[in-house]
Design a protein around this ligand. Sequence first.
Ligand code: ZN
Length: 155
Amino acid sequence: MDIRKLGYSGQRRPKYPNNLISISQLPNYPISFLLLDIPKIMCYIVAMRCKICKNEFIPNKYRPQQQVCSRPECQRLRQIQNEKEWRARNPDYFHYLDQESAWKEKRKRYNRLWKATHQQELQAYQKARQKPRQEYMRDYMRRYRLAKNVNRNKS
Ligand SMILES: [Zn+2]
């Protein structure tokens, strides 16, 4: 039975661990104590056993699920372990540059394939766009030459 799931609130905890219950000791308490005195138990501190150094500790009141004690050595090890697990879960995360180039290669291959297999559509599109494109290019070159001449006259 997990006492912390019975509405246990960290704010109710007394300041000093006078009534410390360790989880390893829980089975030694009579079941009537555990079931009937729930409000009382909720005021108790439930000590946890550190996963790393195996010492008992009192979890932070904002994190009653804490499994590693607050000793800097244990916290450092916990951090390293978490990073290891995270890297195992996300093996490709630090290869994002390669991923991007791979994605570009994939797109290029796809586009080449599409062009090869849709020649008729491409030609129809080019034919339809030919006249507007010619007009656009004519205008563009006219503006370009004008700007060039203006610059030449300036200098
Ligand atoms: Zn520890």
